[in-house]
Design a protein around this ligand. Structure first.
Ligand SMILES: Nc1ncnc2c1ncn2[C@@H]1O[C@H](COP(=O)(O)OP(=O)(O)O)[C@@H](O)[C@H]1O
Ligand SMILES: [Mg+2]
Length: 361
């Protein structure tokens, strides 16, 4: 799985782009403000139909332009995909995959498996549990495609219970029916997540050893309620206190991934650079599991590789990316900051960006 052709028009400050990237390593360098992040943002946009740096998607569209288009041709083991996304300033969006219009961006979820490592990645440790749940669930979804249906059913039952709580309650019989349905979905979600973490953890541990063995990092999963508690029983027990609160306090919607360094919360004791190495290990581990399951490597967007990472850590990260056979798009201000990180066997293409113009060297 790799992008063979990339075409962009009307994206931020970029002049129209039409390039054939290396299916392995792509180095993109240029001064601040030249358009490096915009290029990665475009690839991310193709994969997720949203930006990683703004909620206002219309800011991606070039000033004075009516719309943006992004297109790529993806090489697979057997065959190819052609994927195009267009968005205009009115907010209308069209997605075309192999000549067919798609109804929603959700259908893209398994087309282009893109992972992002950028200067804000430490937020995965520091930010709200929601980010870590999204991280876990991205992986669970790819291992267990049925997860999405179970999750939707869970959300319906969860919303209904919260509505009943806000309304001040319901009959015992009605409550029990909803609790049974909610607990059945919650248990399934939890089983899927537990199984995924069990698979992820040893890969994460081994990558952490490679990237930064001295940090004493450990990962554990909090399912969202007490470890050995039966969720149906817990729902029944917590009915009165949930009624007071007006919502369901415990459940898979509260799950979290807990990362510690020598038994202290990682975000409180690690430096930014160290936090980034932990996030790299998390994302690489996810990419490894994805590859085992789908037989396709992920595409990695690595923005500003040098920010807070010294040469040895950069090299350790790059050699793992190579081992995972990922297509990589990596940016830096100077070419020589990222040029020496790769093995001589890798096929490397270098691109220079200047005032939004991308040139292959
Ligand atoms: N919608 C837009 N239209 C045109 N230019 C934009 C738009 N949004 C941002 N820019 C400009 O694009 C330039 C490139 O930004 P960026 O890709 O972040 O650069 P780099 O990552 O190389 O530092 C910046 O100068 C920014 O002001
Ligand atoms: Mg940038």
């Amino acid at each position: 799985m790799a992008i063979e052709t990339l075409m962009l028009q009307g994206v931020r400050n970029l002049s129209p782009v039409s390039v054939a990237p290396s299916t392995q390593i792509n180095l993109i360098y240029g001064e601040n403000g030249s358009g490096k992040t915009s290029l990665l943002e475009s690839i991310y946009y193709l994969a997720y139909c949203k930006s990683f740096r703004t909620h206002k998607q219309k800011n991606l569209i070039q000033h004075d332009a009516e719309s943006l288009t992004a297109f790529c041709r993806l090489k697979l083991d057997k065959g190819a995909y052609q994927l195009g996304v267009e968005r205009n300033i009115k907010g209308e969006r069209r997605i075309k995959l192999n000549g067919e219009w798609l109804q929603s961006a959700a259908e893209l979820a398994s087309v282009l498996p893109v992972q992002l490592l950028d200067p804000t990645m430490f937020r995965l440790l520091e930010g709200s549990p929601q980010l870590r749940r999204e991280y876990i669930d991205w992986g669970v979804f790819h291992v267990e495609p049925n997860f999405i249906n179970v999750w939707r059913n869970f959300k319906t039952a969860h919303k209904t219970r919260n509505a009943l709580l806000r309304a001040g309650g319901c009959s015992e019989a009605e409550r029990l029916v909803w609790h049974e349905s909610l607990a059945a979905q919650a248990d399934k979600i939890n089983q899927y997540r537990q199984a995924y973490i069990k698979r992820l953890k040893p890969v994460f541990d081994s990558f952490m050893q490679r990237l930064n063995p001295d940090l004493g990092i450990s990962m554990s999963f909090y399912q969202g309620w007490g470890k050995d508690r039966d969720y149906l029983e817990l729902l029944e027990e917590s009915w009165l206190s949930d009624l007071k609160m007006g919502f369901t306090q415990l459940g898979p919607q509260r799950a979290d991934l807990r990362i510690k360094a020598n038994n202290l919360p990682a975000m409180e004791v690690l430096s930014r650079g160290q936090q980034k190495m932990v996030v790299c290990a998390l994302k690489l581990a996810q990419a490894q599991i994805y590859r085992e399951v789908s037989h396709r490597p992920c595409i990695f967007l690595v923005d500003d590789l040098c920010a807070e990472l010294d040469l040895n850590h950069r090299k350790a990260l790059c050699s793992l990316l190579e081992e995972l056979e990922c297509q990589v798009f990596v940016t830096a201000v100077e070419a020589d900051q990222i040029a020496d990180c790769w093995s001589p066997q890798s096929h490397v293409k270098t691109f220079h960006v200047e005032h939004g113009i991308l040139n292959q060297e």
